[in-house]
Design a protein around this ligand. Structure first.
Ligand code: COI
Length: 357
């Protein structure tokens, strides 16, 4: 496929961040962004790369009233041989289309998806940071853009992709975070939009996240929305535990996000002969394991979070320390192997790396 992308390049390129240790997450954006519009019956049109900046939206637009929005999160890495590559962007494309189907937003052809990402990342390649632990975060999103207030599936949409040089998602970096198990608010229910990557899921999570932060926790761990009994996921990542040498992660019941880092960790661990199960994990089982010492490790997985150790969990006013509040061996192994493959320090025997330039 060779797309017809109109190029409007900036006349005022921004200075690139000098001190990459201060990048943080999603605060700085590159010079350009990709945009295209969609109309039912016509498809995607007016593909363009334009200077990064505010976009005009009709005040009656569907996204502003009914939250018709989906997004993805992925990264481009500067590898040790100097090349730039993405990690499993085809998987993000598939998930984006599954989210689109759920929210009645238009899907994007897989080849078109890759060509858009390749073109934009290649143009902005000098923005991919150089330091260890940094990358160029890619945030594609589609929103419903019909300028009227009836509650219907949309006929007009806009797709945008922005890029941001990033460091670690958490201020803690690779040091263990403190997570509060949330027993009041729920993030998603089966049959709802939990498996889709849509803005509304994150909007629903903000109140509990704010309360947890006020109490000194980094994020919350969600329980299922029906029985409030089974572990689902953390605010911005999936979660895994090592209990009695078994690695367990909540199974994808429909209300859990099918994370690509989650999937990669499972595939990696299984290929190395580890005992991994995707199953229901009740909060009672987890608390019991924390109390009797069989909970050896806990960590989160996500594009932004990479592999992040969880050192403390709190539930109903009680706090449990995991692995002495230190990163465990499986967590460290996953972090080292995944980032090693991404940065080109370890051979990619899985075919996960997508070279850009
Ligand atoms: C990601 O890991 O890319 C995410 O989308 C999580 C987030 C909402 C920051």
């Amino acid at each position: 496929m060779s797309l017809d992308i109109r190029m409007e390049l900036t006349k005022n390129p921004k200075a690139k961040p000098q001190d990459e240790s201060k990048l943080g997450f999603g605060k700085i954006f590159t010079d350009h962004m990709f945009m295209m519009d969609y109309e039912e019956g016509k498809g995607w049109y007016d593909l363009r790369i334009v200077p990064y900046g505010p976009i005009a939206i009709d005040p009656a637009s569907t996204v502003l009233h009914y939250g018709a929005e989906i997004f993805e999160g992925m990264k481009a890495y500067r590898r040790v041989d100097g090349s730039i590559a993405m990690f499993r962007p085809d998987e993000n494309g598939k998930r984006m289309n599954n989210s689109a189907e759920r929210l009645c937003l238009p899907e994007i052809d897989p080849e078109m998806w890759l060509e858009i990402l390749d073109t934009l990342v290649k143009l902005e390649k000098d923005w991919v940071p150089h330091s260890e632990g940094t990358s160029l975060y890619i945030r594609p999103f589609t929103f419903g853009n019909d300028p009227h207030l009836g509650v219907h599936a949309v006929h007009h949409s806009t797709f945008v992709c922005i890029l941001s040089p990033v460091g670690a998602y958490y201020a803690e970096g690779i040091n263990p975070v403190k997570i509060a198990i949330e027993s009041d608010d729920v993030r998603a229910v089966r049959g709802g939009t939990g498996y889709a990557k849509c803005g509304g899921n994150y909007a629903a999570s903000l109140r509990a996240g704010k309360r947890a932060e006020e109490k000194g926790f980094t994020q919350v761990l969600w329980l299922d929305g029906v029985e409030r009994k089974y572990i689902e996921e953390v605010g911005s990542m999936n979660v895994m535990f090592k209990i009695n040498d078994e690695i367990v992660t909540p199974k994808l019941t429909g209300s859990v996000l099918p994370g690509i880092t989650r999937k990669s960790c499972i595939e990696l661990l299984k290929s190395q002969g580890a005992n991994v199960s995707e199953r229901l994990i009740s909060v009672d089982e987890l608390v019991e394991a924390a109390e009797n010492g069989s909970l050896q490790e806990a960590w989160g997985t996500g594009t932004a979070a990479v592999v992040s150790p969880v050192g403390w969990l709190s539930y109903q006013g009680k706090e449990y320390e995991i692995g002495g509040g230190k990163i465990g061996e499986t967590t460290q192994h996953l972090y080292d192997t995944l980032t090693g493959i991404q940065w080109g320090k370890i051979p990619d025997t899985f075919g996960w790396i997508h070279p850009v330039c």
